[in-house]
Write a protein that binds this ligand. Structure first.
Ligand code: SF4
Ligand code: SF4
Length: 345
């Protein structure tokens, strides 16, 4: 989705004024490009950095979990290196959820290239999505009784049942990717994986300029990558099997999640309509009203867009999200009871 809509620009400006950390947001935006440069340097210097599909140094490396699973299914063999790598990745996902998607994966950054084909850098779809996010009722207006009740429910909600699909379209692609590897005897999906195509493009360009090795792949691979990011705008949200795998394992993750300080949040502290955090989230999570979101907390990529958009600087990412309930951890944790809301009524 277009992250540079007017609404988001203004939300970011408000967020900066309220003490959000623009340095972290900038780091998040440039990190995928830094990874691509490091990989390109590895290719150029013939060092063992590898790519995100097989990243490491010398004999120590971590494999893409989907590639590792696909390869073992294709060969019908348990490969110790792949199993160790899968265990490492599983622990990382349990600790960090889908942080890889928000901070490291090159696909969202490469996808922004589609704006090069759009008039004014903004596609028609981008404009439609921005319009859909615009609140129907003015932000800042007092909450209605109905909204106050909803907010109180949000603050108490221990585990939103909304948007809790275990198996979505990405899951179907994941099943297809693993099934096809078993049937055809090689990991078919790797041929069209946009992460793999990104690094293949880098390698082909490096070889073309480095040793003059120009083949038809230099046209085909980047063209396929471009076609995927231009025509499958919602790749990450509807098709990515790696995202599906991380969401599945990340269901047990409870760390570094956006946490709202009710003493700062405009809705709980002042009884004013806001919801900027929910509108800023590309994943469809609504940190303030989890029951209204299209996705649950395990889809969080820690992109910090919600924190940047918050005009009150109310959202932080503590290592362990604090909850007010003894029960299971909430979809999005809140720091305190909605007592301040009662005061504002
Ligand atoms: S909840 Fe916040 S940090 Fe998580 S994906 Fe949505 S905008 Fe990003
Ligand atoms: S947490 Fe921030 S962005 Fe979200 S509703 Fe409260 S004030 Fe608005």
């Amino acid at each position: 989705m277009n992250r540079d809509t007017e609404e988001k620009k203004s939300a970011r400006a408000q967020g900066k004024a309220s003490g959000a950390k623009p340095g972290l947001s900038t780091l998040r935006r440039v990190l995928p490009w830094i990874v691509m440069v490091v990989v390109a340097l590895g290719f150029g210097l013939h060092k063992g950095f590898g790519t995100l599909s097989d990243f490491g140094w010398m004999d120590v490396s971590v494999l893409c979990p989907l590639g590792a699973l696909g390869t073992m299914l294709a060969s019908k063999l348990l490969v110790p290196r792949a199993l160790i790598s899968l265990a490492i990745v599983a622990v990382l996902i349990l600790l960090l959820g889908r942080t890889f998607c928000g901070w490291v994966c090159p696909v969202p950054s490469v996808a922004k290239l589609r704006r090069a084909f759009a008039k004014g850098g903004r596609t028609k779809k981008d404009a439609e999505e921005a319009a859909a996010r615009t609140p129907k009722l003015a932000p800042g207006a007092p909450l209605t009784d109905e909204e106050k009740a909803l907010l109180a429910q949000s603050c108490h909600e221990a585990h939103s049942s909304h948007g809790t699909r275990v198996f979505d379209s990405r899951g179907a692609v994941l099943a297809g990717a693993l099934g096809s590897a078993a049937i055809f005897g090689f990991p078919v999906f790797c041929l069209v994986c946009p992460i793999g195509l990104t690094f293949a493009t880098i390698l082909l360009v490096m070889r073309a300029f480095g040793v003059g090795d120009v083949t038809v792949s230099l046209i085909v691979v980047p063209a396929l990558l471009l076609a995927e990011v231009v025509f499958f705008r919602k790749w990450c949200h509807t098709l990515c099997p790696l995202g599906a795998l991380m969401s599945l394992l990340g269901r047990a993750n409870r760390t570094v999640l956006p946490t709202i300080d009710n003493e700062k949040c405009l809705e709980t502290s002042k009884g004013r309509r806001c919801g900027a955090c929910g509108r800023a989230c590309d994943e469809g999570i609504d940190p303030r009203h989890p029951q209204l979101g299209a996705a649950r907390a395990n889809e969080c990529t820690r992109c910090r867009a919600c924190a940047d958009a918050c005009p009150a600087g109310a959202i932080t990412f503590p290592l362990i999200a604090r909850t007010q309930d003894e029960g299971p951890a909430p979809a999005i944790a809140v720091k305190e009871e909605a007592k301040t809301l009662q005061h504002s009524q």
